[in-house]
Design a protein around this ligand. Sequence first.
Ligand SMILES: [Mg+2]
Length: 386
Amino acid sequence: MARWILHMDMDAFFAAVEQLDHPMLRGQPVVVGGLGPRGVVATASYEARAFGVHSAMPIAKARMLCPHAAFVPPRFARYEQVAGQVWAILASYSPLVEPLSLDEAFVDLTGTERLHGPAEETAHGLHRRIRAETGLACSVGLAGNKLLAKLASEAAKPGGIHVVHEQDVEGFLSPLPVGRLWGIGPHTAKVLAERGVHTGGDLRDVDASLLCSWFGPRGGAHLWRLARGLDDSPVVPAREAKSISQEVTYPEDLFQEEVIAGEVRQLAVALAARLVEERLLATTVRVKIRWADFTTRTRQVQLPEPTDHPVLIADEAVALLDRGGLHAESGVRLLGVGLAGLVPATFRPEHLFAPSALTDALREVLSRHGPERLTLGFPGGDRRPS
Ligand SMILES: [Mg+2]
């Protein structure tokens, strides 16, 4: 059966939310990003893009190109809230919604015709509803697979709908620069350019055996399929992981503050390891404490940016003990740490954030030894919660 896959991408999402919430910014160049000396642009409004400002550009350069722009620090909690509204709309059309990042998702509309009408009408309805219910513009691509749908939504930017019917696939791909095809990185694009292959049409004209001699059997076969717009990868709905947590009841009550802080730190690091493993980032850290008399308290803090950074998460968790008045009044029988507001790691604001070297090192340790081997030095001993 032929499939209908929709790709939805919010336009200049962070900047658009700022313009929505602050009417005086509407129609003005807006740059959302880290405002520190090493800050980088997260999103630029279309008005700022006209001056050459784009994502991942150093803020200092953006200030030079567009000094009169409004420079705004990101408000991830708010963006997440708006994204939640958008997800709810997408989910009302299909159970198969696969988020790629906070503002981008695939929706499998195959077989939804009886409920919602032809896929093309659904695409228009969904596009209208997002505009009407969130006040924000999005671009929508509709095609027979994820590859083509993603390319179609790019073609629809900003604010449009682009449908690629089966008979139009060749005409749609032919003029596209090969570097735009999903899955062709700068290196492959360069190798292709050196061999005179610049567009989708050029790529389709290259023999399969020649592609395989350039890129090996797998790489060659992949490019051959890309050139024909072939892609049978399924839309994989996101696992429902709104929060993760871990708690430990101790065989003997804990009294010493350093020991309690150390345990909380261990729990936080173990959870950060799970985030890394599942490629998620957390925006909220919670700490739960239960005393010997069973009184229980929970405190939470919203992080300035989503993260999976074990040290930052552990520091926030320990700070909650101090700030939240969770000091040991009597013995502590249970400690828990939770992470919530989880978003896909594709949303990592890399450039806005602390060095990711530690996260990389953590990923390395995890892949070699598994999470149970992970521990972090802390003052007060090296015991791990059981
Ligand atoms: Mg977007």
